[in-house]
Design a protein around this ligand. Structure first.
Ligand SMILES: Nc1ncnc2c1ncn2[C@@H]1O[C@H](COP(=O)(O)OP(=O)(O)OP(=O)(O)O)[C@@H](O)[C@H]1O
Ligand SMILES: [Mg+2]
Length: 275
């Protein structure tokens, strides 16, 4: 376990592994401009909060992810993958080999570290963006990446389109529109729990298709997490539990998702509560 200088801001700041000043008593404080840019002066703002990373996962990097040890092979792949994040500054990213790829992280078992790992990856992307932009003399974007909770979007969508008070429906309708726009535009996106566990309406499937189709058309990378396997239309689906097997039998969504996307199955049993 890495030891941080506890009298400084090092342990709280995502830049701890890349910043030369990390742990320095005078400079590594809550007044540091880089800390404020990434985490906000209070620690609950900045680009990490704008990216909507869930609260318990905001301080994770690949190096200190709790899932690293038991998923060591997968993390070796992620370490290599994170090195490709500097391609975001490469204007000639149009060649497939030069693109940042997508990942589909799944396990039938809950609590194997999928959301943890997706969060570590989005944080690494934001770090690469922030540091890379400053090195190039550019202002880092406010929202270079976004974390979309598909369950959250599903709930908002249901409320917006179910009978109820108009005011409430309008409010949730606006949430859906905002989330969809952010998800389409984010240079890097996490779609957490894409195989939502309750029954999905055709109209919500249309929303997911809209996001995924728009991103693949624009060659934008996405990390999906799911409890279901991803099978293409050309393969024999293993059945009822495959992603969108019921909702999208032609496999239109799944085929888009598989574009430039590596599938990683998380093994093991639930580690929930092990923190
Ligand atoms: N491989 C692991 N080793 C140690 N702790 C882990 C591991 N995987 C997950 N955890 C811990 O278990 C909890 C749940 O992890 P996480 O949310 O990433 O699971 P998940 O795979 O996304 O689960 P779900 O299928 O329910 O979405 C977290 O507190 C996390 O720190
Ligand atoms: Mg999860």
């Amino acid at each position: 376990m890495t030891q941080y200088n506890e009298s400084t801001n090092e342990a709280n700041c995502l830049l701890r592994h890349v910043c030369k000043l990390a742990g320095s008593p005078e400079q590594c404080t809550r007044n540091c401009q880089a800390w404020i840019g990434l985490h906000g002066a209070s620690g609950a703002g900045g680009r990490i909060s704008a990216a909507n990373v869930p609260k318990g996962y905001r301080n994770l990097t690949l190096k200190d992810s709790p899932a690293r040890e038991s998923q060591s092979k997968i993390y070796a792949t992620f370490d290599k993958y994170a090195e490709t994040f500097e391609r975001q500054f490469n204007p000639e990213r149009s060649e497939a080999a030069e693109r940042i790829k997508s990942f589909y992280l799944w396990s039938a078992q809950p609590g194997t570290g999928k959301t943890t790992s997706a969060s570590a990856l989005i944080n690494e992307y934001i770090i690469a963006h922030y540091v890379g932009a400053l090195k190039l003399g550019l202002t880092p974007q406010q929202r270079p990446a976004y974390f979309l909770s598909v369950n959250g979007l599903h709930q908002a969508h249901k409320t917006a389109y179910s009978p109820g008070a108009q005011e409430t429906k309008d409010k949730y309708g606006e949430t859906v529109t905002r989330e969809v726009e952010r998800s389409k535009q984010a240079p890097f996106l996490v779609m957490d729990d894409v195989g939502v566990r309750s029954k999905v309406s055709d109209s919500f499937i249309g929303v997911l298709y809209d996001i995924i189709d728009s991103r693949t058309t624009d060659d934008l990378p996405t990390i999906y997490t799911s409890n279901k396997p991803l099978h293409g239309a050309e393969e024999t689906p293993s059945g009822l539990y495959d992603l969108f097997y019921d909702e999208d039998p032609e496999g239109k969504i799944v085929d888009r998702m598989r574009d430039q996307c590596a599938v990683v199955e998380f093994g093991g049993t639930s580690k929930r509560g092990r923190r």
